[in-house]
Write a protein of this length. Sequence first.
Length: 274
Amino acid sequence: MTTERLNDLPILFNRLHLQSLSPQQQQQVAAVDACLPQTQCGLCDHPEGCLPYAVSIVVEEEPHNKCVPGGQPVSDAIAKIMARDPLSARPSTWPVDPNTQRPTEVRAVIREDDCIGCTKCIPACPVDAIVGTGKHMHTIISDLCTGCELCLPPCPVDCIDLVQVPRSVALETAEYRAKEQAHLRGRYHTHLNRVAQQVADKSNTKPVTSMVETLLDNASHQNINIDAKTAKNTIAAAKIRTKIKKLERQLSIRQNDNKQAELADLKQQLAQLN
Ligand code: SF4
Ligand code: SF4
Ligand code: SF4
């Protein structure tokens, strides 16, 4: 394994001081990073992604079983590189996919009717898979989504769902994995370089919202381009619409006077907010 992948990294990784590691450590970091899924989800307790976890395994002797999406195959592959005893992989909330022996992959899907266009999910996505502009419905490009789940917490109206996408056997080859991981790693680095540029540009009016932006020491004093009252009302209206839909579904199956009255009340509340 060459150490080429440790060159020309985004400035976020300067703090890893990779050039000060011994040649053997650099080779181990490169080899471990090459087995990691490059989902950049932070579930290994490294919110800046896979590379810092790889460094920590090599330099800090951090346990090698913490990559949740990688599951047992990745834990075992790292144990082999590092000549360590095998460890059971950190468990996932998703069941094991029998075709990969890894947790079943998921993709995020925005319930477009409920999206209020607040844009908060966009900076959270490490691979730039979400498109949309302020106050307009957003959407996720499924082919790019890795299912890292990082867009869920910032969404104020919980309108992002995760759907399981088991991998076909045809895609479970070392060659396909390597290509896919290189692509994701490249997208993440592009994302980081773009954010670093935005941070450096003091005339930039984009609000600071993601962990990476904060780490990149950006200014944190700008505002989302929606006034506070409008934002509050929009969120309240989205929540009411969700309740209305749920009630309408229930009432379409079985009539219930109390629920009918609740529905009428919610519709009135919604009318007042609009
Ligand atoms: S894919 Fe694995 S190594 Fe990479 S950030 Fe997620 S948990 Fe960590
Ligand atoms: S859309 Fe959400 S789940 Fe998919 S890669 Fe982006 S942040 Fe992760
Ligand atoms: S955070 Fe949620 S509501 Fe806001 S734009 Fe994204 S999906 Fe829509």
